[in-house]
Design a protein around this ligand. Structure first.
Ligand SMILES: Cc1cc2nc3c(=O)[nH]c(=O)nc-3n(C[C@H](O)[C@H](O)[C@H](O)COP(=O)(O)OP(=O)(O)OC[C@H]3O[C@@H](n4cnc5c(N)ncnc54)[C@H](O)[C@@H]3O)c2cc1C
Length: 300
């Protein structure tokens, strides 16, 4: 495997709102951060129907448009962008080694803004799991399909709203409780293209040619069947840090305390996941590194 050293040695893994913010702030300080992203700039927010809570957008903005603005912002600062999947990260001899498919990159400082990964449903086999999706970016241009969304939080209701503009949507909620905020509930429950069912336990999923059949029980006993083209599970997310190697895991507190490593955005945030919190933590960490580097220079 090839190894290359990129100056001045700051990498940012993930180009969602957190990673993009960190990279821009670091560039403004005069560093040359390298942004590594396996997919598109924007991250999870590309799925959002309408962002209504980010300052500066009083009429809201779609997730895709917001992502395009992030891309423009990154371009404006000429940030070096590598489109690749980070497979592993190790820390040896005071350096981070980032393993990509065909390369290993070496850096002095590392920002991890890899966001979250979906929690997958436990009760299905490998073949069934292949039938499910966990976000909707690839379906944004689809029309006249039937989507089943399983879940009743903000993401589930937001997905339903987006897809309902040109498709039929069925939401299946396991309980009677809706976790989505009131604003989303009102829009979803009054939308003629969205059917909402509660106290539904999905027991099996089968395939019939191109259609998927969801077998379920309502109120513990009444058997039901739903036919659809796509099934989206939106039952929660958890921090996406699985690529961290042992050498990082065992030293993580120390590395963060010493300003070598910064975990920012949703990847660091278990409960409150919003773009302003992600971008805020990113800018704060970039400022913290800059201040640390300045002080280290003065001490020398
Ligand atoms: C449907 C929906 C609607 C939402 N609406 C709103 C809203 O209206 N307002 C709001 O404030 N928030 C909203 N959010 C939440 C918001 O999307 C997140 O809080 C935000 O995107 C987190 O930013 P982040 O940069 O920390 O992580 P992410 O956006 O998750 O970005 C992480 C990035 O890291 C990349 N990555 C991960 N692993 C690797 C790897 N191994 N190698 C390379 N790259 C990797 C991913 O591809 C991704 O691009 C919504 C979320 C959803 C799902």
């Amino acid at each position: 495997m090839m190894s290359s050293n990129i100056n001045p040695g700051i990498a940012v893994i993930g180009a969602g709102p957190a990673g993009a913010s960190a990279a821009v702030q670091l560039a403004r300080f005069g560093y040359n951060p390298v942004l590594i992203e396996k997919d598109e700039v924007g991250g999870l927010i590309r799925n959002a129907n309408c962002i209504n809570n980010y300052p500066g957008f009083p009429n809201g903005i779609t997730g895709l448009k917001f992502a395009k603005l992030l891309q423009k912002h990154i371009n404006k600062y000429n940030i070096k962008f590598i489109k690749d999947d980070v497979l592993g990260v190790e820390f040896e001899n005071e350096c981070f080694y980032i393993n990509l498919k065909n390369d290993t990159l070496k850096f002095d400082y590392l920002f991890i803004s890899s966001g979250t990964k979906p929690i997958k449903p436990g009760s299905f086999n490998k073949e069934q799991l292949k039938l499910f999706d966990y976000d909707i970016v690839k379906y944004l241009r689809k029309k006249n399909r039937i989507f089943i969304i399983i879940g009743a939080g903000d993401a589930a209701f937001d997905y339903a709203l987006t897809l309902s503009s040109s498709n039929e949507v069925i939401i299946l909620n396991r309980t009677k409780h809706i976790n989505a905020i009131l604003e989303l509930q009102n829009k979803v429950l009054n939308n003629p293209n969205i059917k909402y069912y509660e106290e539904i336990i999905v027991t099996d999923v089968t395939k019939d040619k191109s259609l998927l059949i969801v077998h379920a029980k309502q109120n513990e006993n009444q058997l039901m069947k739903f036919i659809c083209n796509h099934i989206i599970f939106a039952i929660g997310r958890e921090p996406n840090l699985e690529f961290l190697g042992e050498s990082i895991k065992i030293n993580i507190t120390e590395l963060m305390k010493n300003n070598n490593l910064f975990i920012i955005g949703d990847a660091a945030n278990n409960q409150f996941r919003q773009i302003s919190i992600s971008t805020g933590s990113a800018i704060k960490s970039a400022m913290q590194l800059h201040s640390y580097l300045l002080n280290s220079k003065i001490e020398k």
